[in-house]
Design a protein around this ligand. Structure first.
Ligand code: FES
Length: 345
């Protein structure tokens, strides 16, 4: 039988049982105990914890994300570290879990594919009807298991949380990829069963409220922003929202009609698709340059960026140049995105 250990978060005075082969982050989230996290892959460093008592196995934590100096100082990555004994932990950065959004426990789910549709170049819309609803916050993601393998892939929900029983994902094909070329773009059909776990991620923790928000998407980075936009616009006093979607050519853009219609019904919502390579009558250039052209100042505004690392880096630079406060910039990277600003995580 698998050993389990007690993992206590001192700042919340709560604890969970954690199997010796499970990450402390997963055990806490499954027990509805919140710990900041984003990638769950050991690359972003958001989940750093200070080990106050006990010992952990750092497993695959890389020197890049967790330096030997940090390890020596008792820091661990919550999404990688497994317990070797009972533990007392605190988040490495003091964060107030806050009550801006509800928290939803991490759970395993099963569901049936009800829609699989090609919507852009190498992009499919996948809709899964779950056996049991999965509560989540707009901007979060789920991890979908590839059948017959040990492989899982992360995809953000594009539907608003009000449809917690029917999840929509935008899947970018990765040439030769096990999950996409080997399954979702090959054998997967409506009616097939899918296993996943969720919700995960921090991107939904600071929803737009009060001031205007600029949302910048590259490729399938549009998915979590669609969820946020739909959720916020369904509320009573939605702030002004400016949604930018970048691609190389028109065939990289999708759901344009949906957003144009949304514009007709919500005067505080603006949709700006941008193309970097094809001449057309819309905005031209890198999506982040179009934002720079549109805003003389971003002081007091907030921003949500989702897409490949290069786009995020350029976007953060552009927004800072326009005097947006760094603490108002929220980002979600899709590291494997292709050069047309599209991709799965
Ligand atoms: S490194 Fe743990 S959530 Fe990103």
């Amino acid at each position: 039988m698998n050993d389990t250990h007690e993992v206590r978060i001192t700042t919340q005075d709560r604890s969970a049982r954690c199997p010796a082969d499970q990450s402390v982050l997963e055990a806490l989230l499954r027990d509805d105990i919140w710990l900041p996290h984003s990638c769950t892959q050991g690359t972003c460093g958001t989940c750093k914890v200070r080990v106050l008592e006990g010992e952990v196995d750092h497993r695959d934590s890389s020197e890049y994300t967790l330096t030997s100096h940090e390890r020596a100082a008792g820091i661990a990555l919550g999404c990688q570290a497994t317990p070797c004994s009972d533990l007392a932990l605190e988040p490495a950065e003091r964060v107030d879990p806050g009550d801006a959004v509800p928290r939803h426990p991490l759970r395993d789910h099963g569901g049936t594919v009800v829609l699989l549709d090609d919507i852009a170049r190498d992009v499919r819309r996948l809709v899964v009807e779950l056996d049991e609803p999965m509560g989540f916050n707009a901007g979060q993601y789920a991890e979908i298991r590839v059948p017959g393998t040990e492989v899982s892939r992360q995809y953000s929900m594009a539907n608003p949380p009000s449809r917690s029983d029917r999840l929509e994902f935008h899947v970018k094909r990765t040439p030769g990829g096990v999950a996409t070329d080997g399954w979702m773009f090959a054998g997967l059909r409506p009616g097939d069963r899918v296993e996943l776990k969720g919700p995960l991620g921090d991107f939904g923790s600071n929803p737009p409220s009060g001031g205007a928000a600029i949302m910048i998407a590259g490729g399938t980075g549009l998915a979590p922003l669609t969820s946020i936009v739909r959720h916020v616009l369904a509320g009573e006093s939605a702030p002004p929202l400016y949604l930018y979607h970048g691609g190389r050519e028109q065939r990289d853009l999708y759901d344009a009609e949906f957003f144009r219609e949304l514009e007709q019904h919500h005067e505080r919502f603006t949709y700006r698709p941008c193309l970097s390579e094809q001449q057309w009558d819309g905005a031209m250039g890198a999506v982040t340059d179009v934002v720079l052209d549109d805003f003389a100042s971003c002081k007091g505004l907030s921003a949500y960026l989702c897409g490949p690392p290069g786009m995020i880096e350029a976007g953060v630079k552009a927004l800072k140049r326009r005097r947006m406060a760094p603490r108002r910039i929220f980002r979600e990277e899709f590291p494997d995105a292709s050069d047309n600003f599209a991709g799965a995580r």
